[in-house]
Design a protein around this ligand. Structure first.
Ligand code: FAD
Ligand code: NAI
Length: 471
């Protein structure tokens, strides 16, 4: 029987990073992964690399380039006629990037001597070592890290076939642009993938159950995003709806729903994306065999260091509490590997950035203004628009702003919220600042390159003290 210091179940961002870090720290590591590509080959990388972060960002970039040529280049004096795109090439490019990234992890496993155990992992029994079945083979481990991730939540009565009714997997691989696209759920996937297909020519309607838009984001950012996405870009988003069913006919799909006022409506479309959140994945894991506890929502119960109640069994990533983000899972993977090695692994859950890769992008770290108000925290806010920034104007991307929230007494930064081009990159400065316990004055006094989008961060910091220099 193969025996390891650490066996990781799942090779998404949480699992493969945990495996590599544990190997770097001198442990023998096996990593079990069951994922198969549409061609039937085993693949590493999990949701993120195969059907999540990486392919979605590839399509976002392609569709944004198309939209730039169609609508933005004109302002630069560049016109192009007969602009076309080839969806097959676009999808092949996306698949090539996925292939490069997933085979890259196979290379990293080789380099770090992590054994890739191909197949489904099932916990069988415990004791001094844990026994795990990998298809027909059994392996043993001193320590187990569960990183089995999440899967798309589906709605009762709306069967996903990933042809007409799709979750993220089908929505990343439409073989043609649907003239009318329906999206259920105006969350991160709905907005990102809805934007991709809108730019490529679909008329998109998004149906959202909640009466508010982007409730997790800062309210001012959500309001700005609403204006840009609906009025500016023509995304039709209806809030406060209740979906009652979807019927398939020769003409496509009919979505029946009631509005927040209570009237019944039907929306016809050619394809539907169901993006109503994700649920933890513990399918066939054998949690019951070893007495591993799940919470009422199916997440594996862990403490702040990702320890389960069982000795030497840890769980990280989407399968445990906290935001379902690749970088959160990665950081937990590193923390757990270091704890197993006797080090002091740690994740600062207060400084995990969020990015929504729409155009413009939305990014934030720390607390929102509405949260600070609810908690009764006294704060000062500084806000600065991209419209006053020379680089943003040069790039023809003046939409949005950066807002910094700082403690009224100590000036320590409590939250940073951005909507604008390259917000995903700009937020890194705010994350560093928060990790180092910086004040808004610190950012205001740091030299920022001119002209750069990052100057907006500095001006927002200056605005906390009402002394912006350029606006
Ligand atoms: P996963 O990536 O889900 O990996 C779990 C792995 O475990 C899978 O490969 C699965 O096959 C394997 N597995 C499960 N059970 C077993 C078993 N019993 N035996 C063997 N193997 C098993 N996050 C971001 O931070 N940024 C983004 O831009 C972003 N974009 C996204 C876009 C989309 C469309 C989607 C769906 C998600 C996106 N996410 C993004 C979320 C991100 O993909 C997840 O947070 C991340 O993949 C979670 O990592 P994980 O390692 O916990 O799980
Ligand atoms: P989500 O939680 O972001 O959004 C789901 C939306 O669906 C919510 O607004 C919810 O109110 C709505 N909803 C739920 N049930 C509904 C119903 N019956 N009818 C209508 N609306 C309903 O989930 P999403 O978009 O599926 O993404 C899943 C997760 O994947 C995200 O929460 C995020 O953690 C991760 N992700 C991260 C990305 C990033 O970091 N850029 C990109 C894509 C996904």
């Amino acid at each position: 029987m193969k025996s390891f210091d650490v066996v990781v179940i799942g090779a998404g961002p949480g699992g493969y990073i945990a495996a590599i870090r544990a190997a770097q720290l001198g442990m023998s590591v096996g990593c079990i992964e069951q994922w198969k590509t549409p061609k039937g080959d085993f693949a590493l990388g999990g949701t993120c690399l195969n059907v999540g972060c990486i392919p979605s960002k590839a399509l976002l970039e392609s569709s944004e380039n198309y939209e730039r040529v169609l609508h933005q280049f004109k302002a630069h004096g560049i016109t192009a006629s007969g602009v076309k795109f080839d969806l097959k090439t676009m999808l092949e490019r996306k698949d090539r990037i996925v292939g490069k990234m997933t085979s890259g992890i196979a290379g990293l496993f080789k380099k770090n001597k992590v054994t890739w155990l191909q197949g489904h992992g099932k916990l069988v029994s415990g004791g001094t070592t844990w026994k795990i079945e990998v298809d027909s083979e059994t392996v043993e481990a001193k320590n187990v890290i569960i990183a089995t991730g999440s899967k798309a939540r589906h709605l009762p009565g709306i069967p996903v076939d990933n042809k007409l009714i799709c979750d993220n997997e089908g929505a990343l691989a439409f073989d043609s642009v649907p003239p009318r696209l329906g999206v259920i759920g105006a969350g991160v996937i709905g907005l990102e993938l809805g934007s991709v297909w809108r730019r490529l020519g679909s008329t998109v309607k998004v149906l959202e159950a909640l009466p508010t838009f982007l409730g997790a984001a800062d309210e001012t950012v959500a309001q700005e995003a609403w204006k840009i996405f609906t009025k500016g870009q023509g995304l039709d988003i209806e809030l406060g709806v209740t979906i009652s069913g979807v019927k398939e006919s020769k003409k496509g799909l009919s979505i029946q729903y009631s509005t927040k006022e209570g009237s019944s409506k039907i929306f016809d479309c050619d394809r539907l994306i169901v993006s109503v959140g994700r649920v933890p994945n513990t399918d066939g894991l054998g949690a019951e065999n070893i007495g591993l506890k799940l919470d009422p929502k199916g997440f594996i119960e862990v403490d702040k260091n990702c320890r389960t109640a069982l000795p030497r069994v840890y769980a990280v990533g989407d399968v445990v509490r906290g935001p379902m983000l690749a970088h959160k899972g990665e950081d937990e993977g590193v923390m757990v590997a270091e704890i197993i090695a006797g080090q002091h692994g740690h994740v600062n859950y207060d400084a995990i950035p969020w990015v929504i890769y729409t155009a413009p992008e939305i990014a934030w770290v720390g607390k929102t203004e509405q949260r600070l108000k609810a908690e009764g925290v006294a704060y000062r806010a500084g806000r600065f628009p991209f419209a006053y920034n020379g680089r943003a104007l040069g790039r023809e991307e003046p939409e949005g702003f950066v807002k910094i929230l700082a403690d009224a007494g100590s000036d320590r930064i409590l939250g940073v919220h951005a909507i604008g081009s390259l917000a995903s990159e700009l937020i890194a400065e705010a994350v560093v600042a928060m990790e180092f316990g910086a004040s808004s004055e610190d950012i205001a006094r740091i030299c920022h390159a001119h002209p750069s989008m990052s100057e907006v961060m500095r001006e927002a910091a200056l605005a906390v003290d009402k002394r912006s220099l350029n606006g």
